[in-house]
Design a protein around this ligand. Structure first.
Ligand SMILES: [Zn+2]
Length: 66
């Protein structure tokens, strides 16, 4: 998962991505080394992302298939 730049964005309506089949829970290592649980949305055309909130992340550890 190091092949592309990871970005963390705020979800405008988190419920929308949770119900989307492209979403998965993940443990994300932020640029400052802290870990956060969040939704990983793999839908590239998802319009639920607040790009202005984008922040760098170091690593992504996806949960096993739900
Ligand atoms: Zn989404």
């Amino acid at each position: 998962m190091k092949d592309r730049q990871l970005k963390v964005v705020r979800l405008i309506e988190p419920e929308l991505c949770l119900e989307c089949r492209f979403a998965q829970m993940a443990d994300v290592e932020m640029a400052d080394g802290t870990h956060q649980r969040m939704i990983h949305c793999r839908r590239l055309d998802c319009d639920n992302w607040d790009y202005q909130s984008a922040a760098d992340a170091n690593a992504l550890d996806l949960d096993d298939a739900a």
